[in-house]
Design a protein around this ligand. Structure first.
Ligand SMILES: Cc1ncc(COP(=O)(O)O)c(C=O)c1O
Length: 340
C-alpha cells in the first residue's frame, strides 16, 4: 500500500491522485462492514473532531429546538465543539453524575421536545461506562431528537449494528481498537443525509468537485460531508489492521475481549482493587481501576514495559492480540507496584 502511494507521487499526473478515492472508499466500506452499515454510507477524514464540527454545522439551533444534550463522560472535544456552537444558538445541556458512571434514566429524562441532538459516547474514555443505545434511540425518536454516537471507544471491540439500532450519526477513529492510526470515520443514516447541509464544508463535498469550479449542488450520499483534498496515507495504512479484525470477526473479538476483561476484573477483585468500569456484560473493551497515586503507578509500569493509560483511573485496554497470560503478567506487575 505504501508502495502504491509512493508510485502515485512518483508518477504524478494531473488526475492520477483521484485514484486515492479507491483506497479511501475501500477503507470506508470496511468500516461500514464492521458497523452493519451499507456500503457507501461511511466517509473517512483525519479525525473525529473535524467530522463532529461538520455535523454540528448542519443545524441552525433556532429555539425552541436548540438544545444539545451530552454527558460528562463525553470526550472533551464534544463539549468544546458544541460550546463553540453556542454563538449560533446551541444550548448545551450536560448530564452527569460527576463520577465514573452513567445514569441512563437521568440522561433520557433530559431529552424532550427542545432537544435537537443527543451526543453520547458509546463507551466512556475514562471509565468504560457504556450507553444503552437502543433505549436512547427509542427515547430520542419519541421527541424528534437526533442521536449522535461517539463510538471511538467501542468500534472494533464491541460489536454493534448501526442499522438495527437506527442511530442517526456514528463517529469513531482508528487508533483505539481498529489497529490503525490517523484516520477517523463518519456514518450518517442514509435517509437522513439529504436533509443535512453542512456549513463547514469543502470543495470535495460538491457534485462537480473535479471540474474545479464551484459546485451547484452536493455530492451524492455521504460524500456531502467531505472537506478538502483527502489525505489517503493513513487510511491506506490502517486498512491492514482493519482487514485483520474483519478476518477474526466481530463476535470472536468480543468473546476474547470479554474473557480478557473478566480475568482483569477477577484479579482486581481478588487483590482488593476497585474496578470502576461496568462488571457485567455491558462492559466495553477497557477495565478502569481506581488505584492510589495512579499516574505514578502507570509511569512505573511503563518503565517495566507494562503499558496502560491514565485517564483519572488506570485504563487497561487488552485487545484481540493479547492473551490471558499477559493479563496475569499485567496484574502481577500492578500488584507489585502497589505493594512496593
Ligand atoms: C471517545 C473518544 N472520542 C474522540 C477521540 C479523539 O478525537 P479526535 O479524533 O478528534 O482526536 C478519542 C480519543 O482519541 C476518544 O477516546
Amino acid at each position: 500500500m505504501l508502495h502504491d502511494y509512493w508510485e502515485t507521487l512518483r508518477t504524478w499526473r494531473d488526475d492520477v491522485w483521484q485514484d486515492w478515492h479507491v483506497g479511501l472508499d475501500r477503507y470506508a466500506d470496511s468500516v461500514a462492514a464492521l458497523l452493519g452499515a451499507p456500503p457507501g454510507s461511511v466517509l473517512t477524514d483525519a479525525n473525529l473532531s473535524t467530522f463532529l464540527a461538520r455535523v454540528a454545522s448542519c443545524f441552525d439551533y433556532r429555539p425552541p429546538r436548540n438544545r444539545v444534550v451530552i454527558t460528562d463522560l463525553d470526550y472533551p472535544t464534544v463539549p468544546f465543539i458544541f460550546r463553540a456552537y453556542g454563538r449560533y444558538g446551541a444550548q448545551l445541556d450536560v448530564v452527569g453524575t460527576g463520577g465514573p458512571h452513567l445514569d441512563q434514566d437521568a440522561l433520557e429524562a433530559r431529552i424532550d421536545e427542545r432537544t435537537l441532538l443527543v451526543c453520547v459516547p458509546h463507551a466512556s474514555f475514562t471509565s468504560g461506562a457504556t450507553v444503552d443505545l437502543s433505549r436512547l434511540v427509542t427515547r430520542a425518536r419519541q421527541v424528534g431528537a437526533l442521536v449522535v454516537v461517539d463510538a471511538f471507544q467501542t468500534v472494533g471491540v464491541v460489536p454493534f449494528d448501526v442499522t438495527a439500532l437506527d442511530v442517526d450519526v456514528v463517529l469513531g477513529g482508528s487508533h483505539k481498537w481498529l489497529c490503525g492510526a490517523g484516520t477517523a470515520f463518519l456514518y450518517v443514516r442514509p435517509d437522513l443525509v439529504p436533509l443535512l447541509t453542512p456549513a463547514a464544508t469543502g470543495w470535495q463535498a460538491g457534485d462537480r468537485a473535479l471540474t474545479f469550479r464551484p459546485s451547484p449542488g452536493w455530492a451524492p450520499g455521504i460524500r456531502r460531508f467531505a472537506g478538502g483534498t483527502p489525505y489517503p496515507l493513513t487510511s491506506l495504512i490502517s486498512q491492514v489492521g482493519l482487514d485483520l479484525l474483519l478476518d477474526v470477526g466481530a463476535d470472536a473479538i468480543r468473546r476474547h475481549s470479554l474473557a480478557l476483561t473478566r480475568r482483569l476484573l477477577d484479579r482486581a477483585e481478588a487483590a482488593d482493587i476497585t474496578a470502576v468500569s461496568p462488571t457485567d456484560s455491558a462492559r466495553g473493551g477497557v477495565v478502569c481501576l481506581d488505584v492510589p497515586d495512579g499516574e505514578a503507578v502507570k509511569q512505573r509500569l511503563a518503565a517495566r514495559d507494562v503499558i496502560c493509560s491514565w485517564r483519572g483511573y488506570l485504563r487497561v485496554g487488552p485487545h484481540v492480540y493479547n492473551t490471558l497470560d499477559e493479563i496475569d503478567l499485567f496484574m502481577d506487575a500492578l500488584e507489585e507496584e502497589l505493594h512496593r
